[in-house]
Ligand binder design. Structure first.
Ligand SMILES: Nc1nc2c(ncn2[C@@H]2O[C@H](COP(=O)(O)OP(=O)(O)OP(=O)(O)O)[C@@H](O)[C@H]2O)c(=O)[nH]1
Ligand SMILES: [Mg+2]
Length: 327
């Protein structure tokens, strides 16, 4: 038995590789804490990743994302596949382990050795949600999970970055998710790969279906037309159909090298998002901790210094960037 405190870079990486649940839990806690050991372990594991398929489930609060994942997990367990689930909860503080149960309805699967479920809060994490989620996904990937589900609420910028790493993105809606439908319509929300309209037992589900269908029909150019599935997660209704649509999307990506192309783009996007997040945090700390830089901001406010000159001086001082003409 290895006690928590006894994990080393080697034993933790080995524990993750063998799929040991305690090692996985420990690795993800370290990731949430931004612990240096987590960086080393993920670095060691990275060459062994790239084998699991990541499915992101996003959507407004309470539409049934966790219930859908639970039903999907049950379905794929029937096919004998190993599964990881990460539920990203942006509202909960990191390290509190974002207590399961309340937000995530997956308790049926806790005792299954082939299913690893973790809720992750990252408020206060320096690198933010995207960074922690990416690292956690890589850990589950290295652990040999064939499928990894990532749940995230909403459609804000940080959620887009979280879900941006997924191979297939499922948008879950329910009757009454008018804001999301408007966001889709206005092009604010990226078109997902599959849409589930959950709570089909609700009388307005059909209306919702027609509304979403008419929005998607406006865009005929797309290579992949996102299928829309009516589901009732709590009874498992149509969850097999939803799974079929996810599998269709996967098959579509896997033909003609599209999956590789998407992953290349996704990884580049994540690296860029994490780097930007860190640069921003660095900048904020630098300005807060440097009276001279704060004085620049005051001078801008007093109209003694124009904004772009202040930007230039801040960039030079914080990032040692020297700008050419016109920047
Ligand atoms: N009637 C009905 N209720 C459902 C269905 N699916 C989920 N629910 C209920 O809706 C509530 C929210 O379900 P969750 O699965 O927790 O939803 P969620 O989207 O994960 O919620 P958050 O993570 O809090 O954003 C629960 O009370 C579920 O039992 C469904 O198909 N029909
Ligand atoms: Mg949930």
């Amino acid at each position: 038995m290895t006690r928590r405190a006894d994990w080393t870079r080697e034993t933790l990486a080995e524990g993750v590789r063998s799929g040991d649940k305690r090692a996985l839990a420990r690795a993800i806690s370290l990731i949430e804490n931004g612990d240096a050991l987590a960086y080393d372990v993920v670095r060691d594991l990275y060459p062994q990743t790239g084998h699991s398929y990541a499915i992101g489930i996003t959507g407004p609060p309470g539409v049934g994302k966790s219930s859908l994942i639970s039903a999907l997990v049950q379905h794929v367990r029937g096919e004998g596949r190993s599964v990881g689930v990460i539920s990203v909860d942006p509202s909960s503080p990191f390290t509190q382990g974002a207590l399961l149960g309340d937000r995530i309805r997956l308790s049926d699967h806790f005792t299954d050795p082939e299913v690893f479920i973790r809720s992750m809060g990252t408020r206060g994490h320096l690198g933010g949600l995207a960074e922690a989620t990416l690292q956690a996904l890589l850990v589950l990937d290295a652990a040999g999970k064939e499928l990894v589900f990532v749940e995230t609420v909403g459609a804000g910028q940080s959620e887009v970055e979280v879900i941006g790493i997924a191979d297939t993105v499922v948008l879950a809606l329910m009757p009454g998710s008018g804001d999301s439908v408007q966001a889709l319509k206005a092009g604010i929300m990226e078109i997902p790969d599959v849409i589930a309209i959950n709570k089909m037992d609700h009388p307005a589900a059909k209306t919702m279906l027609n509304e979403v269908r008419s929005i998607l029909s406006l865009d005929r150019e797309r290579e992949w037309r996102p299928p829309i599935v009516l589901t009732e997660a709590t009874r498992g209704e149509n969850v097999d159909v939803l799974w079929e649509k996810i599998a269709d999307h996967r098959a579509h990506l896997e033909s003609d090298g599209r999956l590789e192309e998407r992953r290349r783009k996704n990884l580049a996007g994540e690296v860029f998002a994490v780097a930007s997040g860190r640069a921003k945090a660095h900048l904020e700390r630098a300005v807060a901790g440097d009276p001279e830089l704060r004085r620049l901001l005051d001078e801008v406010q007093r109209r003694e210094l124009d904004p772009l000159t202040a930007v230039r001086e801040i960039m030079e001082k914080v990032f040692k960037l020297h700008h050419g003409k016109g920047s």
